[in-house]
Design a protein around this ligand. Sequence first.
Ligand SMILES: CC(C)(COP(=O)(O)OP(=O)(O)OC[C@H]1O[C@@H](n2cnc3c(N)ncnc32)[C@H](O)[C@@H]1OP(=O)(O)O)[C@@H](O)C(=O)NCCC(=O)NCCS
Length: 164
Amino acid sequence: MPAPPVIRVCPVTPALRAAVLRLHARPEQDGFVSPPAHTLPDAEQCPGSAPMAILIGDTVIGYYRIERSARSITGRDDDADALGLRSFQLDAAWQGRGLGIRVMDILLADLTQHHPQARRIVLAVNCANAAALALYRCAGFADGGTLYHGGRSGPQHLLWRSLA
Ligand SMILES: CC(C)(COP(=O)(O)OP(=O)(O)OC[C@H]1O[C@@H](n2cnc3c(N)ncnc32)[C@H](O)[C@@H]1OP(=O)(O)O)[C@@H](O)C(=O)NCCC(=O)NCCS
């Protein structure tokens, strides 16, 4: 039996860009995450952001961006040493297959390799986003105890994870 296709993450290159722009989560998730068509141009222009593609084999199945400083998420200068994870999403066609946790493992390993100085990472997730909360907790993220109220669809938990 052939080996299952490999999941990998890599920067959004010009060759991958069109496929990334076609990604879309489920309609009911629009309040939780904006599609790359809305956010990729901003990430590409922001010197502190690294837009990343998630691939299975040669197929682009998801997207996220890494912020060099968590300050852009928490607004706190004290968090400048931490990385930030934003816009994490799988295309609707690839959700609900247990891929989320596999992707997260690969994403975290990639961060360890490419950001060896980073000791922690933070993300903001809508309090009503049950699937993402389950995934992040399973991947070792923990609630920092503060709510972020800047989201467009209600309060968000700030979740932290050690990268050490
Ligand atoms: C978050 C996301 C990446 C999860 O990917 P996925 O491959 O569908 O998730 P999985 O199939 O691996 O499931 C992850 C966990 O969520 C649970 N889950 C899935 N859908 C759920 C739902 N609607 N309600 C509650 N839990 C749910 C699964 O049971 C699983 O938990 P378990 O491992 O304890 O069984 C995907 O739902 C997504 O892209 N959502 C839209 C974008 C988004 O909201 N991103 C977060 C921004 S902060």
